[in-house]
Ligand binder design. Sequence first.
Ligand SMILES: [Zn+2]
Ligand SMILES: [Zn+2]
Length: 138
Amino acid sequence: MTAKNVVLTIIALAALGAAGVMIVNQSSGGVPSEEDPNRPAYLVCQNPECKHEFEMTHRQYAAARASGGPPECPECGQRKNRLGHKCENCARIVMRVGHSELPAECPFCGHDFVSDVEGYKKLEEAHNELLGSDADGG
Ligand SMILES: [Zn+2]
Ligand SMILES: [Zn+2]
């Protein structure tokens, strides 16, 4: 390695270090640290011929939305899907109704969702937080 290359390497490392400090400073500002970006988000494909139920991490979901809309369905590839809730009882993914509300009970097995008020609230919070300021036009 020539002297010139060494100098360039040092400059590059210094720049990376500065960028890292900036990122740390920004992230310590607003975003609550208890959010786990790897917690699952459940989705149902809205293609009537597909209706595939799938899941991804909140991080992946947020990244997909940031890149132009709902994530692609792994089955049919269409970007038409909605957030849902995974039924603890039958493991099916239940779509929200009306204004992003869960039905009172699982349409597949009849499991009572409303009795799980705490979990329901958390789901609502997670959902709103995912959508954020990006209003869901569709
Ligand atoms: Zn699909
Ligand atoms: Zn169920």
